[in-house]
Design a binder for this molecule. Sequence first.
Ligand SMILES: [Zn+2]
Ligand SMILES: [Zn+2]
Length: 279
Amino acid sequence: MKNKICLLGLRGSIPVSGKEFSEFGCATSCMVVYGVPENGEPEPTQAIVIDAGTGILNLRKNMPASIKKVTVLISHIHLDHIQGLLMLPEMFNGQLEMDIYCGMHCGESLEKGLKDMMRPPVWPVTPEYFAKTVHFLELPSEDFMAGDVKISSMPGAHPNDINIFRLTFPNGTTLVHVGDYEVGEYKEIDEKLKAFAHDTSLLLMDGMYTMDEYKSQRGFGHSPWELTAELAEKVGVQRLRIIHHAPTHSDEALRKAEEYIKGRYPGAGMGREGEILEL
Ligand SMILES: [Zn+2]
Ligand SMILES: [Zn+2]
């Protein structure tokens, strides 16, 4: 069985709108992956979603109707990675079994973060309205299975904590997701990440800034795309998609960045909303 990965949201920090963003997209962090049957294999019944930014609102139309359960892995509790949960119909209508995993960040759970945010006068709908089919679970520190996919995680380098995920599929391919990350600020974590992402089939990783922008944004928890591409190349990643595009970067700016990284590393590219990758 092959695996299909749909990129549903690539923007970092806040969603954007406007025709200058039509190619790389407007929605914040989200992707979904599920198995594609081959040679008479049964249709998939489960999918894995990573992050729940506004891109998650397009989840249902980007996965087969046969999927009845999703495992949602939340990298961290920053708004751009969870905001979609507030308006996702499946959080309220009971039509999809959802196991939502998140680590304890700054000693607090995702549920607590949602409770703080989903209350009048900030938001009219409180978490009591969530369907019984929605389960909040603490991310285990050891590997665990979502269907036949093995999920591993490690802490990353980003303010207020973050988890990096590695998915190992039954066909032996791997995907590593590094939601928000600052290369070079925490050397020890960089070394762990290099081992964790070594030789992976596909790396999705933060590359929010240009080198020039990074000079004034150091310590904010994001990387310039040049450093992300360099790290990916060093650890032997087969394919790289840069994610978490700055809200100020138009299609033109991202196309230029892509040209540069492809020039030195053919397996690299800037992620586009709606892009479908296969593993
Ligand atoms: Zn973010
Ligand atoms: Zn963040």
